[in-house]
Design a protein around this ligand. Structure first.
Ligand code: HEM
Length: 348
């Protein structure tokens, strides 16, 4: 199974392109996630690559410290009072504010407000897209007609999608305003963030900037891609540690042994410190990704190689749609297989 991931996802996108499944995430104005046009995707990727590098995160650490401070204070208060509290929710609020800083140079203020209604409803969009995308021949039709079906549950999903799109739009307008008019009360124009890097990006050939629609659709993607994934992963890490006290103790010991205690002047350890001095933490994080991956949607790719491909000893002919698959039996045992769906007629 392990070799299936690089074979499917790290091959050149010409050889294993994204399938129609991704159209459900926004075919008319796709963001980098849903973009199936290879050239457009690679240009957009280039525009975003620095924003997703470790060196960029290091530059941003100073802005994350305030949010870490709020998170720590919340947990400390609950602990002192002996409260039973929802760690998953506390981490979720923290991650949303951090995403705000990284992507838009603004906090969403969810931690301070402690208000669920400020949480962007991202699950709704992901659910809609994953379900409609699983029926590629009907995705377009479903996207057109489902929004007008008078079904309460469906309407809630579309309302959630719209709320995220509206939020993205507000973030873009706000940041454009700051950069154009320099409104210091709304944010520092000199600050960098993922969106600002995109606003300043130019097409390598035409020299054109991204349109406001492009920016809004990318901002929507950041909200969807960057919140639930990260908070669920962090919650699961704590879940595993709390259910395996011997590993938790080993991790605490590693931190105590290798790093000085934190205080008001130093609210958090840097990435460099964590990366170089906490190898056991890195192993725990990797193991968490392995046993409880949060991104379990069928990210289908198409085999383009004329001779087909062999993945995990299984021959997959050209034109097949493929994805790694995990089956969880009712009694909890997990079997991981490489599941292949052979497409109908092969169309380029
Ligand atoms: C633990 C956290 C995260 C996980 C597990 C995760 C997982 C994934 C996966 C599986 C993909 C799809 C790759 C594909 O289809 O080939 C993806 C794409 C993407 N993610 Fe994340 N992600 C996480 C955090 C984030 C964050 C914080 C952001 C920030 C905004 C982000 C932005 C993106 C973008 C822009 C793409 C599209 C990349 C492309 O197609 O080139 N993700 N992510």
């Amino acid at each position: 199974m392990e070799e299936a991931i690089p074979s499917i996802y790290q091959k050149s996108s010409r050889m294993m392109p994204k399938t129609e499944f991704y159209d459900a995430y926004g075919a008319a104005h796709p963001n980098v996630f849903g973009m199936r046009d290879e050239e457009m995707h690679s240009i957009r990727r280039r525009h975003e690559s620095h924003s997703f590098s470790t060196s960029y995160i290091k530059e941003m650490e100073q802005y994350l410290d305030t949010n870490i401070g709020i998170l720590k204070e919340k947990i400390r208060r609950h602990s002192l009072q002996g409260d039973v509290f929802d760690l998953k929710k506390v981490l979720h609020y923290y991650v949303i504010d951090v995403l705000g800083e990284l992507a838009f140079s603004q906090t969403f203020g969810v931690q301070e407000a402690d208000d669920e209604s400020r949480v962007p409803p991202v699950v709704e969009h992901s659910l809609l897209a994953a379900v409609t995308g699983s029926w590629p021949a009907m995705t377009k039709t479903l996207k057109k007609w489902l929004p007008i079906v008078p079904h309460k549950g469906l309407q809630k999903l579309f309302a959630g999608r719209k709320a995220c799109a509206d939020l993205a739009s507000v973030c873009v307008q706000r940041r454009l305003g700051v950069l154009r008019n320099g409104s210091p009360d709304l944010g520092a124009p000199e600050r960098k963030d993922i969106l600002t890097n995109l606003i300043k990006a130019k097409d390598p050939e035409t020299g054109k900037s991204l349109t406001q629609t492009d920016l809004e659709t990318e901002a929507f993607g950041f909200i969807i891609a960057g919140t639930h994934t990260t908070s669920a992963t962090t919650s699961l890490l704590f879940y595993h540690l709390l259910h395996n006290p011997e590993y938790l103790a080993e991790l605490v010991n590693e931190i105590d042994k290798n790093l000085p205690p934190l205080d008001n002047k130093k609210p958090a350890y840097s990435i460099t410190e964590a990366e170089t001095l906490l190898p056991f933490l890195r192993d725990c994080m990797r193991e968490n990704f392995r046993i409880t991956p949060v991104f379990t949607m069928p990210l289908a790719r198409r085999v383009m190689h004329p001779e087909g491909l062999v993945i995990s000893g299984q021959y997959i002919p050209q034109g097949s749609v493929t994805m790694p698959f995990t089956i969880t039996h009712a009694y909890g045992e997990k079997t991981t297989i490489s599941s292949i769906r052979i497409g109908g007629k092969f169309r380029k």
